[in-house]
Design a protein around this ligand. Structure first.
Ligand SMILES: [Zn+2]
Length: 181
């Protein structure tokens, strides 16, 4: 099947024409061939630069809002993704699924260490942001080794997996503050 382009007047294969969804074309194809149409589009964008820029800006703003909404409603997927990146960087195992993260998410929504409410700071890490911790860091992100704790708790824990170290830290902190008061 062939069709004559209304712009360059060349007869081309119908494959060289994009479908026209306006319903106004009998053959359902655009009257201009693809190359004429893209030239025309390019020219239109050049002639309407302000409009194009405004539209791009609006689209970007809309995308950002959508992205934020998505992040808000998928905290488990986000933690899973961040953990996957960390696992890659640290070369530790990563075998968990998003469902594994959901399975260890505190049902009461509270940080299991400090008891305050876990709150997703979209785009920013806050003390109360949920984080995925590999309890024994070298074992990596395997189902039996992960827990969801607040960023605050995670920062304090860092790579420490021996609780006695925290007891010593707590003792030192107590002793220091007592000697100063
Ligand atoms: Zn043409």
């Amino acid at each position: 099947m062939t069709k004559r382009c209304a712009r360059c007047k060349k007869t081309k294969s119908t494959d060289d024409f994009r479908p026209d969804r306006s319903g106004r074309r009998k053959d359902g194809l655009h009257p201009y061939c693809i190359s004429c149409k893209s030239k025309e589009n390019k020219q239109w964008r050049l002639d309407h630069l302000d409009q194009v820029k405004k539209h791009r800006k609006a689209t970007r703003a809309r995308d950002r809002i959508k992205e934020t909404e998505w992040r808000r409603s998928h905290p488990e997927t986000l933690l899973w993704r961040y953990a996957r990146n960390r696992a890659k960087q640290k070369c530790v195992p990563f075998t968990i699924s998003v469902d594994d993260v959901k399975a260890v998410w505190p049902q009461n929504g509270l940080c299991p260490v400090f008891g305050f409410k876990l709150e997703n700071g979209v785009g920013v890490q806050r003390p109360e942001s949920p984080t995925l911790d590999a309890f024994i860091p070298s074992l990596g992100y395997i189902p039996a080794n992960i827990c969801v704790i607040s960023y605050q708790a995670n920062v304090m824990k860092t790579n420490v997996s021996d609780p006695r170290l925290f007891e010593r830290l707590a003792e030192w902190m107590k002793a220091r503050s007592e000697s100063r008061s």
